[in-house]
Design a protein around this ligand. Structure first.
Ligand code: NDP
Length: 507
């Protein structure tokens, strides 16, 4: 490991993990990529290389899918639902026991502040597994009263069984790596599927560490396979594979469309969690201090690299200036720094390329006449940092009001005394429909607006409420299907209907 990484204070376990050889996890074994190629993993806070990982390609995807297929028909399919619950609970406990290493790896790999990394692991990943562990024993079909061929009531029985769909390909992004890994893994294990997971090339480390825990938890070999690799190579091979029955994808809308094309070969099922441009709508009776804190979290959580980010702030004119001043006051004081520094409130963006992309959006807003209230630059230091930025403009003509920036850039505007439908029409002026929030003390206004906002998820007096039991997914170009909750099991299941006839049908 290099000098910069050496100087960071991390636990001996994390250091040992970083220093080892990082291979592919196929059939319960660590194997080299068949091509022998590798890729570097960069700490976005220091721009230094912290690990080298084997680069999986299409042949490795083939091997991983074969291992997943074998496991699907083998020991895993014979395990009872109680046994699946037990191994999932064990895995959840192992995650909690290894929180320090997982959190340090996540911070070094992704850049997010330590406190948030710990939250996404102990407050989210392990609880998510426990939630779905409880579902293993509750997946059941129906009995249906039917009269095939005119048979009288009582002469037939039709029942349905919910069966695992088969081998699932999971393709995940870099913005919340361990959370994404677990949110694909948990429903797949609960339903009895097997998996091949392709982590994002930029953040493969916690996915690889999870393989060790998966083995320790007693999950049979081949049930979970992890192949780090390039999206357009390994990801494309996985989404096109004929022995994969379903792809669960989280990422950009542009790649989501490619996944749909790739799935056509064997008509595999696809769920897509894609981009967002979510509105935050604030009425004049709202608690202004709560709104300011909420707007900051909505816009800048994970440095704004968050699909649910509330990036369009609509505030009633009576409290607009107060809210803008409050948001700018906090945003301009936020401490940027490496996630391992407890004082850091905002980490770096994921890569130099992402920083350039975000700075390009900031420049576009300046060019298009938006008023810059705070931020707007990249500090002159190592790491891919961008200041939390607030722009205002009377209309949504700006590029940053239409396109997903995926960085710490918030656009704000005001509205006057008008009907809820007109406010909702502005909030809905987007190709996306993932999340959104409404801020008011009037519950009737809150509920009405929640109904009018065209998003998969709306929160009142908070933004982006997340819980394993709350269905999550997008309308419009934010995706297909839902994850989380009972609904999140559906894409991993298929229904088989069986009919028994007790007597001969009438002629
Ligand atoms: P990308 O769509 O570029 O990448 C997501 C994943 O897809 C990565 O693993 C990537 O691999 C892979 N990939 C890239 N090209 C292909 C391909 N042709 N075939 C198959 N897989 C491919 O998104 P980002 O990584 O840039 O993530 C940010 C995006 O994700 C944002 O738009 C954001 O809104 C969205 N997102 C949505 C969430 C949701 O729940 N709705 C949650 C989080 C993010 P590699 O990185 O190795 O190239």
């Amino acid at each position: 490991m290099n000098a910069a990484a050496e100087s960071i204070s991390i636990s001996p376990e994390t250091r040992a993990f970083l220093d080892r050889k990082h291979r592919l996890f196929i059939g319960g074994n660590w194997v080299d990529a068949l091509s022998g190629e590798t890729f570097p993993v960069i700490d976005p806070a220091t721009e230094e290389q912290i690990a080298t990982v084997q680069l999986g390609g299409p042949e490795d995807i083939d091997a991983a899918v074969a291992a997943a297929n074998k496991a699907f028909k083998g020991e895993w399919s014979k395990m009872t639902s109680y046994q699946r619950t037990r191994v999932m609970l064990k895995l959840a406990d192992l995650i909690d026991q290894n929180i320090q290493t997982l959190a340090e790896l996540e911070v070094l790999d992704n850049g997010l502040p330590m406190m948030l990394a710990q939250y996404t692991i102990a407050g989210y990943a392990s609880e998510f597994l426990r939630y779905y562990a409880g579902w293993c024993t509750k997946i059941q079909g129906d009995t249906i009263p039917v009269s095939p061929m005119g048979l009288p009531n009582g002469e037939t029985l039709t029942y349905t069984k919910r069966e695992p769909i088969g081998v699932v390909g999971a393709i995940i992004p870099w913005n919340a790596p361990i959370a994404m890994f677990v949110l694909k893994l948990a429903p797949a294990l609960a339903t009895g599927c097997t998996m091949v997971i392709k982590p994002a090339e930029l953040t493969p480390l916690t996915a690889l560490f999870m393989c060790e825990l998966i083995k320790q938890a007693g999950i049979p070999d081949g049930v979970v396979n992890v192949v780090p690799g390039l999206g357009h190579v390994a990801g494309a091979a996985l989404s096109a594979h004929d022995d994969v029955q379903k792809v669960s994808f989280t990422g950009s809308t542009a790649v989501g469309k490619k996944i749909v094309q790739s799935a056509l070969g064997n008509l595999k099922k696809v769920t897509l969690e894609l981009g967002g441009k979510s509105p935050v709508v604030v009425f004049p009776d709202a608690d202004v201090q709560a709104v300011i804190g909420g707007a900051i979290r909505a816009a800048f959580f994970l440095q704004g690299q968050n699909c649910m980010a509330g990036t369009r702030l609509f505030v009633h004119k009576d409290i607009y200036q107060q809210v803008i001043d409050g948001v700018a006051g906090i945003a301009s004081q936020m401490k940027l720094g490496p996630g391992l520094d407890p004082a850091s409130q905002l980490g770096p963006l994921i890569s130099a390329q992402q920083r350039e992309r975000v700075l390009g959006y900031i420049q576009s807003a300046k060019d298009e006449g938006a008023e810059l209230i705070c931020g707007g630059s990249a500090p002159d230091r190592k790491g891919f940092f961008v200041e939390p930025t607030l722009f205002t403009h009377p209309t949504q003509e700006l590029t940053i009001a239409r396109e997903e920036v995926f960085g710490p850039v918030l656009y704000a505007t005001s509205f006057g005394d008008t009907d809820l439908e007109s406010i909702a029409a502005e909030a809905n002026k987007s190709i996306y429909g993932l999340s959104g929030s409404v801020w008011t003390k009037d519950i009737a206004v809150g509920l009405k607006m929640a109904q009018l906002i065209d998003s998969g998820q709306v929160s009142v007096n908070c933004h982006a409420a997340v819980d394993p039991a709350i269905p999550f997914g997008g309308n419009k170009m934010s995706g297909w299907g839902r994850e989380f909750g009972k609904e999140g099991l559906e894409p991993y299941l298929k229904t088989k209907a069986t009919t028994v006839i007790f007597s001969n049908p009438p002629m």
